[in-house]
Design a protein around this ligand. Structure first.
Ligand SMILES: Nc1nc2c(c(=O)[nH]1)N[C@H]1C(S)=C(S)[C@@H](COP(=O)(O)O)O[C@H]1N2
Ligand SMILES: [Mo]
Length: 368
Protein backbone atom coordinates (compact mmCIF):
# COMPACT_ATOMS: atom_id res chain seq x y z
CA UNK A 1 0.00 0.00 0.00
CA UNK A 2 1.34 3.42 -0.94
CA UNK A 3 -0.49 6.36 0.50
CA UNK A 4 1.99 9.10 -0.30
CA UNK A 5 0.42 11.86 -2.37
CA UNK A 6 3.56 14.00 -2.65
CA UNK A 7 4.92 15.12 -5.91
CA UNK A 8 8.74 15.06 -5.65
CA UNK A 9 9.11 18.82 -5.97
CA UNK A 10 6.73 19.39 -3.09
CA UNK A 11 8.80 17.71 -0.40
CA UNK A 12 12.06 19.04 -1.80
CA UNK A 13 10.82 22.62 -1.92
CA UNK A 14 9.42 22.66 1.59
CA UNK A 15 12.44 20.89 2.99
CA UNK A 16 15.00 23.17 1.39
CA UNK A 17 13.41 26.58 1.30
CA UNK A 18 12.70 27.93 4.78
CA UNK A 19 11.27 31.15 3.33
CA UNK A 20 8.34 29.36 1.71
CA UNK A 21 5.16 31.12 2.81
CA UNK A 22 2.93 29.30 5.22
CA UNK A 23 -0.65 30.17 6.18
CA UNK A 24 -0.87 32.38 9.30
CA UNK A 25 -0.83 30.22 12.38
CA UNK A 26 -2.69 32.71 14.56
CA UNK A 27 -5.73 33.40 12.42
CA UNK A 28 -8.63 31.53 10.89
CA UNK A 29 -8.09 30.32 7.33
CA UNK A 30 -10.85 31.93 5.23
CA UNK A 31 -12.96 29.76 2.92
CA UNK A 32 -15.72 32.33 2.24
CA UNK A 33 -16.36 35.83 3.54
CA UNK A 34 -20.11 36.45 3.09
CA UNK A 35 -21.34 34.62 5.01
CA UNK A 36 -18.18 33.89 6.99
CA UNK A 37 -16.85 30.37 6.58
CA UNK A 38 -13.35 29.77 7.92
CA UNK A 39 -11.30 26.89 9.20
CA UNK A 40 -8.90 26.36 12.08
CA UNK A 41 -5.22 26.61 11.08
CA UNK A 42 -3.29 23.36 11.37
CA UNK A 43 -1.05 24.81 14.08
CA UNK A 44 -4.09 25.29 16.35
CA UNK A 45 -5.20 21.69 15.81
CA UNK A 46 -2.25 20.64 17.92
CA UNK A 47 -3.84 21.86 21.13
CA UNK A 48 -6.61 20.05 22.99
CA UNK A 49 -8.60 23.24 23.50
CA UNK A 50 -9.10 25.29 20.37
CA UNK A 51 -8.70 28.99 21.24
CA UNK A 52 -12.09 30.56 20.51
CA UNK A 53 -10.71 33.05 17.92
CA UNK A 54 -9.37 30.01 16.03
CA UNK A 55 -12.46 27.78 16.39
CA UNK A 56 -13.77 27.09 12.87
CA UNK A 57 -16.81 29.09 11.72
CA UNK A 58 -19.52 27.79 9.43
CA UNK A 59 -22.30 30.32 8.80
CA UNK A 60 -24.97 29.80 6.14
CA UNK A 61 -26.24 33.39 6.42
CA UNK A 62 -25.02 36.67 7.87
CA UNK A 63 -24.55 36.78 11.63
CA UNK A 64 -27.70 38.24 13.24
CA UNK A 65 -27.31 41.07 15.75
CA UNK A 66 -29.02 40.08 18.97
CA UNK A 67 -29.44 41.95 22.25
CA UNK A 68 -29.27 39.46 25.13
CA UNK A 69 -31.44 41.76 27.30
CA UNK A 70 -34.39 41.51 24.93
CA UNK A 71 -33.69 38.01 23.60
CA UNK A 72 -36.02 35.20 24.58
CA UNK A 73 -36.51 31.62 23.51
CA UNK A 74 -39.95 30.07 23.09
CA UNK A 75 -40.80 26.38 23.36
CA UNK A 76 -44.15 25.60 21.77
CA UNK A 77 -45.85 23.25 19.32
CA UNK A 78 -47.12 19.89 20.60
CA UNK A 79 -46.84 20.90 24.27
CA UNK A 80 -49.37 21.55 27.03
CA UNK A 81 -47.59 24.63 28.52
CA UNK A 82 -45.58 26.74 26.09
CA UNK A 83 -42.45 28.09 27.76
CA UNK A 84 -40.60 31.38 27.27
CA UNK A 85 -37.05 31.67 28.58
CA UNK A 86 -35.16 34.94 28.96
CA UNK A 87 -31.37 35.22 29.00
CA UNK A 88 -31.28 36.27 32.66
CA UNK A 89 -33.43 33.27 33.63
CA UNK A 90 -31.17 30.91 31.72
CA UNK A 91 -27.91 32.14 33.27
CA UNK A 92 -29.41 32.02 36.77
CA UNK A 93 -29.90 28.25 36.52
CA UNK A 94 -27.14 25.90 37.75
CA UNK A 95 -24.41 26.01 35.11
CA UNK A 96 -23.44 22.74 33.46
CA UNK A 97 -20.13 22.37 31.63
CA UNK A 98 -19.59 19.96 28.73
CA UNK A 99 -16.31 19.61 26.80
CA UNK A 100 -17.20 18.73 23.22
CA UNK A 101 -15.44 18.80 19.88
CA UNK A 102 -17.37 19.63 16.76
CA UNK A 103 -16.73 18.76 13.14
CA UNK A 104 -18.48 20.16 10.11
CA UNK A 105 -19.89 17.38 7.93
CA UNK A 106 -17.95 18.88 5.00
CA UNK A 107 -14.52 18.79 6.66
CA UNK A 108 -11.84 17.49 4.23
CA UNK A 109 -14.22 17.94 1.31
CA UNK A 110 -11.38 19.35 -0.80
CA UNK A 111 -9.62 15.97 -0.58
CA UNK A 112 -12.29 14.34 -2.76
CA UNK A 113 -11.40 13.46 -6.30
CA UNK A 114 -13.30 14.23 -8.50
CA UNK A 115 -14.08 17.58 -6.84
CA UNK A 116 -17.55 18.28 -5.47
CA UNK A 117 -19.39 21.59 -4.94
CA UNK A 118 -19.64 23.12 -1.47
CA UNK A 119 -17.14 24.86 0.82
CA UNK A 120 -13.73 23.43 -0.04
CA UNK A 121 -12.70 22.61 3.52
CA UNK A 122 -9.27 21.16 4.07
CA UNK A 123 -8.45 19.69 7.50
CA UNK A 124 -9.60 22.49 9.76
CA UNK A 125 -13.42 22.39 9.94
CA UNK A 126 -13.06 20.72 13.32
CA UNK A 127 -12.39 22.19 16.78
CA UNK A 128 -12.77 21.52 20.49
CA UNK A 129 -14.27 23.73 23.22
CA UNK A 130 -15.69 23.58 26.71
CA UNK A 131 -19.32 24.66 26.52
CA UNK A 132 -21.44 25.87 29.43
CA UNK A 133 -25.15 26.40 29.83
CA UNK A 134 -28.20 24.41 30.86
CA UNK A 135 -29.55 21.08 29.60
CA UNK A 136 -32.60 21.35 27.33
CA UNK A 137 -34.43 18.40 28.87
CA UNK A 138 -36.02 20.14 31.92
CA UNK A 139 -37.48 22.83 29.63
CA UNK A 140 -39.07 20.22 27.36
CA UNK A 141 -40.46 18.48 30.44
CA UNK A 142 -41.77 21.76 31.82
CA UNK A 143 -43.50 22.41 28.49
CA UNK A 144 -45.15 18.99 28.67
CA UNK A 145 -44.57 17.48 25.25
CA UNK A 146 -47.42 15.41 23.81
CA UNK A 147 -47.40 11.62 23.58
CA UNK A 148 -47.35 11.99 19.79
CA UNK A 149 -44.13 14.07 19.79
CA UNK A 150 -41.47 12.64 17.48
CA UNK A 151 -39.02 15.48 16.89
CA UNK A 152 -37.97 18.85 18.23
CA UNK A 153 -37.41 21.64 15.71
CA UNK A 154 -34.83 24.36 16.37
CA UNK A 155 -34.83 27.69 14.56
CA UNK A 156 -31.98 30.19 14.43
CA UNK A 157 -32.39 33.96 14.14
CA UNK A 158 -30.28 33.99 10.98
CA UNK A 159 -32.09 33.83 7.67
CA UNK A 160 -31.56 34.14 3.95
CA UNK A 161 -31.92 32.30 0.67
CA UNK A 162 -30.38 28.83 1.00
CA UNK A 163 -30.09 28.75 -2.81
CA UNK A 164 -30.90 31.41 -5.40
CA UNK A 165 -34.64 31.47 -6.17
CA UNK A 166 -35.64 29.52 -3.07
CA UNK A 167 -37.01 32.43 -1.09
CA UNK A 168 -35.86 33.55 2.33
CA UNK A 169 -35.98 31.12 5.22
CA UNK A 170 -34.36 30.74 8.63
CA UNK A 171 -31.76 28.12 9.50
CA UNK A 172 -33.82 25.23 10.89
CA UNK A 173 -32.91 21.76 12.03
CA UNK A 174 -34.76 19.07 13.95
CA UNK A 175 -33.61 16.35 16.34
CA UNK A 176 -35.32 13.08 17.24
CA UNK A 177 -37.13 13.53 20.58
CA UNK A 178 -34.81 11.17 22.46
CA UNK A 179 -31.71 13.11 21.31
CA UNK A 180 -33.32 16.42 22.34
CA UNK A 181 -33.99 14.83 25.76
CA UNK A 182 -30.41 13.61 26.20
CA UNK A 183 -28.97 15.18 29.39
CA UNK A 184 -25.98 16.58 27.45
CA UNK A 185 -28.01 18.26 24.72
CA UNK A 186 -27.54 21.80 25.94
CA UNK A 187 -28.62 25.41 25.63
CA UNK A 188 -25.19 27.01 25.72
CA UNK A 189 -24.18 30.62 26.49
CA UNK A 190 -20.46 30.18 27.25
CA UNK A 191 -17.61 28.82 25.17
CA UNK A 192 -14.30 27.92 26.89
CA UNK A 193 -14.95 30.20 29.85
CA UNK A 194 -16.16 33.25 27.96
CA UNK A 195 -19.44 34.61 26.70
CA UNK A 196 -20.39 33.02 23.39
CA UNK A 197 -19.14 35.19 20.51
CA UNK A 198 -21.45 36.42 17.71
CA UNK A 199 -19.91 34.01 15.17
CA UNK A 200 -20.55 31.04 17.41
CA UNK A 201 -24.19 31.81 18.22
CA UNK A 202 -24.48 34.63 20.78
CA UNK A 203 -26.44 34.76 23.00
CA UNK A 204 -27.54 31.10 23.04
CA UNK A 205 -26.88 28.09 20.83
CA UNK A 206 -27.69 24.43 20.95
CA UNK A 207 -24.88 21.90 21.44
CA UNK A 208 -25.52 18.32 20.38
CA UNK A 209 -22.40 16.36 21.37
CA UNK A 210 -21.26 13.54 19.04
CA UNK A 211 -23.28 14.86 16.07
CA UNK A 212 -21.88 16.72 13.09
CA UNK A 213 -21.93 20.49 13.61
CA UNK A 214 -25.09 21.20 11.58
CA UNK A 215 -27.23 19.95 14.50
CA UNK A 216 -25.86 22.53 16.94
CA UNK A 217 -28.12 25.41 15.92
CA UNK A 218 -26.70 28.88 16.65
CA UNK A 219 -28.55 32.11 17.61
CA UNK A 220 -31.50 30.08 18.91
CA UNK A 221 -34.84 31.79 18.53
CA UNK A 222 -37.51 29.13 18.93
CA UNK A 223 -37.98 25.47 19.71
CA UNK A 224 -41.04 23.59 18.52
CA UNK A 225 -42.14 20.09 19.47
CA UNK A 226 -43.52 18.38 16.37
CA UNK A 227 -45.51 15.22 15.72
CA UNK A 228 -44.12 14.39 12.29
CA UNK A 229 -40.59 14.45 10.90
CA UNK A 230 -39.44 17.89 9.80
CA UNK A 231 -38.89 18.50 6.09
CA UNK A 232 -36.65 21.47 5.23
CA UNK A 233 -33.68 22.51 3.13
CA UNK A 234 -31.01 21.92 5.79
CA UNK A 235 -32.71 18.71 6.97
CA UNK A 236 -33.78 16.82 3.88
CA UNK A 237 -31.90 18.43 0.97
CA UNK A 238 -28.55 19.05 2.66
CA UNK A 239 -26.79 16.93 5.29
CA UNK A 240 -28.18 13.77 3.67
CA UNK A 241 -26.19 11.09 1.88
CA UNK A 242 -26.37 7.57 0.53
CA UNK A 243 -23.82 5.46 2.35
CA UNK A 244 -21.65 2.69 0.92
CA UNK A 245 -24.36 0.11 1.54
CA UNK A 246 -26.79 2.15 -0.57
CA UNK A 247 -28.86 3.40 2.39
CA UNK A 248 -29.99 7.02 2.12
CA UNK A 249 -30.31 8.97 5.33
CA UNK A 250 -29.81 12.19 7.28
CA UNK A 251 -26.39 12.75 8.80
CA UNK A 252 -26.15 12.43 12.55
CA UNK A 253 -23.15 11.02 14.50
CA UNK A 254 -19.62 11.97 13.42
CA UNK A 255 -17.89 8.99 11.84
CA UNK A 256 -14.62 7.64 13.28
CA UNK A 257 -11.61 9.72 12.24
CA UNK A 258 -8.08 10.75 13.18
CA UNK A 259 -5.44 13.05 11.81
CA UNK A 260 -1.72 13.71 12.25
CA UNK A 261 -1.15 17.20 13.67
CA UNK A 262 2.63 16.90 14.08
CA UNK A 263 4.87 16.79 12.15
CA UNK A 264 3.28 18.83 9.39
CA UNK A 265 3.22 17.66 5.79
CA UNK A 266 6.40 18.80 4.07
CA UNK A 267 8.51 19.24 7.22
CA UNK A 268 12.14 18.12 7.28
CA UNK A 269 13.35 16.31 10.36
CA UNK A 270 16.95 15.70 11.37
CA UNK A 271 18.25 12.13 11.64
CA UNK A 272 18.62 10.91 15.22
CA UNK A 273 16.44 13.52 16.85
CA UNK A 274 13.36 12.12 18.65
CA UNK A 275 9.99 13.45 17.53
CA UNK A 276 6.55 12.91 19.05
CA UNK A 277 4.31 12.03 16.14
CA UNK A 278 0.93 13.20 17.41
CA UNK A 279 -2.64 13.94 16.52
CA UNK A 280 -6.30 13.71 17.44
CA UNK A 281 -8.98 11.05 17.04
CA UNK A 282 -12.74 10.94 17.63
CA UNK A 283 -15.92 9.08 16.84
CA UNK A 284 -19.53 10.02 17.48
CA UNK A 285 -20.41 6.37 18.10
CA UNK A 286 -18.22 5.93 21.16
CA UNK A 287 -14.80 6.47 22.77
CA UNK A 288 -11.63 5.85 20.74
CA UNK A 289 -10.20 2.45 21.56
CA UNK A 290 -7.04 2.51 19.46
CA UNK A 291 -5.05 4.56 17.00
CA UNK A 292 -2.63 2.69 14.74
CA UNK A 293 0.23 4.74 13.34
CA UNK A 294 2.58 3.96 10.48
CA UNK A 295 5.65 5.93 9.46
CA UNK A 296 6.30 3.83 6.35
CA UNK A 297 3.12 4.50 4.41
CA UNK A 298 1.15 1.65 5.94
CA UNK A 299 3.71 -1.17 5.60
CA UNK A 300 4.06 -1.56 9.37
CA UNK A 301 1.87 -0.19 12.16
CA UNK A 302 2.19 0.51 15.85
CA UNK A 303 -0.27 1.26 18.61
CA UNK A 304 -0.29 4.93 19.57
CA UNK A 305 -0.21 6.06 23.18
CA UNK A 306 -3.56 7.55 24.26
CA UNK A 307 -3.14 10.77 26.24
CA UNK A 308 -5.49 11.17 29.19
CA UNK A 309 -7.44 14.03 27.74
CA UNK A 310 -10.55 12.55 26.13
CA UNK A 311 -12.87 14.01 28.72
CA UNK A 312 -16.55 14.46 28.00
CA UNK A 313 -17.07 14.60 24.26
CA UNK A 314 -13.72 16.12 23.42
CA UNK A 315 -11.24 14.51 21.06
CA UNK A 316 -8.61 11.97 21.99
CA UNK A 317 -5.00 13.14 21.82
CA UNK A 318 -2.51 10.43 20.83
CA UNK A 319 1.20 10.18 20.05
CA UNK A 320 4.06 7.82 19.28
CA UNK A 321 7.74 8.50 19.95
CA UNK A 322 9.83 8.16 16.82
CA UNK A 323 13.52 8.70 16.12
CA UNK A 324 14.21 8.93 12.38
CA UNK A 325 17.16 6.68 11.66
CA UNK A 326 18.14 7.42 8.10
CA UNK A 327 17.68 10.19 5.54
CA UNK A 328 14.82 9.84 3.11
CA UNK A 329 11.14 10.33 2.55
CA UNK A 330 8.63 9.03 5.13
CA UNK A 331 4.86 8.80 4.87
CA UNK A 332 3.06 8.96 8.21
CA UNK A 333 -0.52 7.69 8.52
CA UNK A 334 -2.86 7.25 11.48
CA UNK A 335 -5.95 5.09 11.66
CA UNK A 336 -8.48 5.17 14.52
CA UNK A 337 -10.88 2.53 15.83
CA UNK A 338 -13.71 3.22 18.26
CA UNK A 339 -15.22 1.19 21.06
CA UNK A 340 -18.12 -0.02 18.99
CA UNK A 341 -15.96 -1.64 16.31
CA UNK A 342 -15.87 1.16 13.73
CA UNK A 343 -12.53 1.41 11.95
CA UNK A 344 -11.40 4.48 10.01
CA UNK A 345 -11.27 3.54 6.30
CA UNK A 346 -8.07 3.81 4.27
CA UNK A 347 -9.85 5.54 1.40
CA UNK A 348 -12.34 8.41 1.31
CA UNK A 349 -15.86 7.45 0.33
CA UNK A 350 -16.77 9.81 -2.51
CA UNK A 351 -20.31 11.24 -2.32
CA UNK A 352 -21.79 14.12 -4.36
CA UNK A 353 -22.21 16.62 -1.50
CA UNK A 354 -18.87 15.73 0.07
CA UNK A 355 -19.85 14.67 3.59
CA UNK A 356 -18.29 12.44 6.27
CA UNK A 357 -14.83 12.35 4.69
CA UNK A 358 -12.75 10.18 7.03
CA UNK A 359 -10.19 8.25 5.00
CA UNK A 360 -6.68 8.17 6.48
CA UNK A 361 -4.68 11.20 5.42
CA UNK A 362 -0.98 10.76 4.71
CA UNK A 363 1.59 13.25 5.97
CA UNK A 364 4.96 13.16 4.22
CA UNK A 365 8.21 14.31 5.80
CA UNK A 366 11.81 14.36 4.65
CA UNK A 367 14.47 13.07 7.01
CA UNK A 368 17.75 14.89 6.45
N1 LIG B 1 -28.40 29.16 13.09
C1 LIG B 1 -27.40 28.48 12.52
N2 LIG B 1 -26.85 27.45 13.17
C2 LIG B 1 -25.83 26.75 12.63
C3 LIG B 1 -25.34 27.06 11.34
C4 LIG B 1 -25.92 28.16 10.68
O1 LIG B 1 -25.51 28.54 9.57
N3 LIG B 1 -26.94 28.85 11.29
N4 LIG B 1 -24.33 26.28 10.79
C5 LIG B 1 -24.24 24.89 11.31
C6 LIG B 1 -23.08 24.16 10.84
S1 LIG B 1 -23.18 23.46 9.30
C7 LIG B 1 -22.00 23.93 11.65
S2 LIG B 1 -20.72 22.95 11.13
C8 LIG B 1 -21.90 24.55 12.99
C9 LIG B 1 -20.64 25.39 13.09
O2 LIG B 1 -20.53 26.00 14.34
P1 LIG B 1 -19.39 27.08 14.56
O3 LIG B 1 -19.51 28.11 13.49
O4 LIG B 1 -19.59 27.60 15.93
O5 LIG B 1 -18.10 26.33 14.44
O6 LIG B 1 -23.01 25.38 13.28
C10 LIG B 1 -24.24 24.90 12.83
N5 LIG B 1 -25.30 25.72 13.36
MO1 LIG C 1 -21.33 22.17 9.00
Amino acid sequence: MTLCTCIKAESVKVAEDPTVTRPGSHELVPIDTRPLVAETPLSALRSWLTPTPLFYVRNHFDVPEIDADTWSLTIDGAVSNPVEISFSELVRLPKKTVPAMMECAGNNRSDLDPKVPGNPFRDGAVSNAVWAGAPLKPFLQQAGFSSGAVEVLFEGTDRGEPEPGRGEAPYQRSLPLQIALHPDTMLVYEMSGETLTPDHGFPVRLIVPRWYGMASVKWLKSIRVIERPFVGFFQTERYVMTDESGTEGQLSLMVVKSFVSWPEHGTSLPVGQPVAVSGMAWSGAGPIRRVDVSIDGGATWQDAHMDESAIGYSWQEWHIDWTPEEPGHCTIVARAADDTGNLQPLENYWNPLGYCINGVKPVCVTVV
